[in-house]
Design a protein around this ligand. Structure first.
Ligand code: AMP
Ligand code: FE
Ligand code: FE
Ligand code: ZN
Length: 286
């Protein structure tokens, strides 16, 4: 069984349409199960389900932009995967919309800062590149590539878009413990995405993961391209100690990243444990 539980379509910052993604998941990557987890949106579910090829099971999900607040007053931004929740549950739905709206204001502010420094970016072009989906920094990166300012998405992040850069603007993320509770209340299963992706910036300590587990966290992502082998070993041990599911995924983003579908996989027993915990939505098989 080839199971990839974290991918992005152009409903957020991937480049495949949801239909292209599920077709490629079966034909090119030979997956048996794929989760669609666009940032802060479930808009890709319907077109993905409509295009589902025979032999592939779709796990509808999302990746929620969150912030973990620490007792000492500090905070760390983090991503929470949410699987098989009821997309109509009003409170979680309102939070997804709030964060998507905040992505628009924040994207405009980042573009303004770049323009103020003489880069002739146009916000309209960034919106076009987002194709009606959740706007993210990778769309700004693509606009910078079109202008010849940078030659790759990585270069755009290294020079301009990294978290904490002079051009960086925060968005209005969801409090992480609240997000965990909202996902559970919507019948979904919350899984901490790439908790030790150190190259992206500050990461949380084990205490934060334990607190989220107490709030209802169901799992943590262990096998992910942005996590070093020693960190994966540590996370696998933490999952065991806390009774959490351990997952693996590609975090595929189409042409916005180099990683292919199926680059890391989830063990079938771990996948079964997620499905068993879900009551909001069922995996879909064509
Ligand atoms: P945003 O959601 O707008 O804050 O942008 C975060 C997204 O940018 C992540 O989900 C990744 O897809 C992408 N990203 C973050 N860091 C990098 C990086 N160093 N290189 C390429 N893409 C990145
Ligand atoms: Fe992304
Ligand atoms: Fe993420
Ligand atoms: Zn992701």
């Amino acid at each position: 069984m080839r199971i990839d539980l974290h991918t992005h379509s152009n409903a957020s910052d991937g480049t495949d349409t949801p239909a292209e993604l599920v077709v490629a998941a079966r034909a090119a990557a030979k997956l048996d199960v794929v989760a669609l987890t666009d940032h802060d949106t479930a808009e890709g579910w319907e077109p993905a389900i409509a295009a589902l090829p025979p032999g592939l099971t779709l796990v509808p999900g999302a990746e929620l932009s969150c912030v973990a607040r620490h007792p000492d007053g500090g905070s760390t931004t983090m991503h929470l995967l949410a699987y098989l929740f009821d997309p109509a549950e009003p409170e979680l739905r309102a939070e997804r919309r709030r964060v998507r709206d905040s992505r628009i204001n924040r994207g405009q502010l980042i573009v303004d800062r770049l323009r103020a420094d003489g880069y002739p970016l146009r916000w309209e072009r960034v919106r076009e590149l987002a194709a009606g989906g959740a706007v993210g920094r990778p769309h700004i990166a693509r606009a910078l590539i079109e202008l010849g300012v940078v030659s790759s998405v990585e270069e755009a992040f290294d020079r301009f878009l990294y978290t904490g850069s002079p051009y960086y603007v925060y968005k209005e993320d969801i409090d992480a413990e609240r997000a965990v509770r909202l996902v559970r209340a919507a019948g979904g299963v919350p899984v901490f995405a790439h908790p030790l992706a150190r190259r992206r910036g500050k990461v949380v300590g084990d205490d934060v993961i334990a607190a989220l587990a107490a709030a209802g966290l169901g799992g943590i992502e262990v096998d992910h391209v942005d996590q070093e082998p020693a960190d994966r070993v540590h996370l696998a041990g933490l999952a065991r100690d806390l009774g959490l599911v351990a997952t693996g995924s590609s975090d595929y983003h189409g042409c916005n990243k180099k990683i292919p579908l199926g680059a890391n996989l989830t063990d079938p027993a771990e996948y079964d444990a997620i499905v068993e915990q879900a009551t909001g939505f069922a995996p879909v098989t064509a």
